[in-house]
Each structure stands twice: as structure tokens, then as C-alpha cells.
Design a protein. Structure first.
Length: 100
């Protein structure tokens, strides 16, 4: 799967999470995923709880527009970002640096 793909109601993104990674940041990772560094530990869902507002902030959407659809307990996660797919794809491309 590429780092992101268009859906009718938004964008699906793949993110590799590094908990206890210092400052919270969302950056390009590999062709297959974005990289998210989170200061939160991977305990009791704290990292997932920190990931959602981080992704929402970078994509300019409300927190409730971001949902984890796969990988809830894994480092590699798939998220759905609801909104205009073409606008979200441009944001993803700007964050990523190139289209996968």
C-alpha cells in the first residue's frame, strides 16, 4: 500500500508510529508510510490518543474526522481522514514531498 490513497469520503494513510520519540511530529517515512514520532508512551492507548490530534492538525481537520481503521496495537497503522479527498491528497503530498 502506498503512503496514502484516495477514498470517496477522504483519504486513507499508513503511518508508522514511534512512541516515546521526543516531540510529536508527522513526516515522510518510506514509500509505504508516513512516520509519526509521539512523546506519549505505548501504554493504555496513549500513543493512539496522541496520534489522532497530530494527524488532524497536519491535515487541517477536526479530531473526529480521523479514525484508526487498522493496527490499533501495532506500530504500523492505517487511518482514515474524512474530508475532500483531493484537498487532503494535496496536503499529504506537501507533507510527504512527492506523490507515492
Amino acid at each position: 500500500m502506498p503512503a496514502w490513497s484516495l477514498r470517496d469520503d477522504g483519504l486513507q494513510i499508513a503511518v508508522r508510529v514511534t512512541p516515546r520519540g521526543g516531540r510529536d511530529a508527522l513526516t515522510a517515512g518510506t514509500e509505504e508510510h508516513f512516520a509519526a514520532r509521539l512523546s506519549a508512551p505505548p501504554v493504555d492507548g496513549a500513543a493512539n490518543a496522541a496520534l489522532i490530534p497530530l494527524v488532524a492538525k497536519h491535515f487541517g481537520v477536526d479530531k473526529r474526522a480521523v479514525t484508526i481503521i487498522a493496527g490499533e496495537t501495532a506500530r504500523l497503522k492505517r487511518l482514515h481522514v474524512a474530508g475532500d479527498p483531493h484537498i487532503l491528497a494535496r496536503i499529504a503530498q506537501a507533507l510527504y514531498g512527492e506523490c507515492p
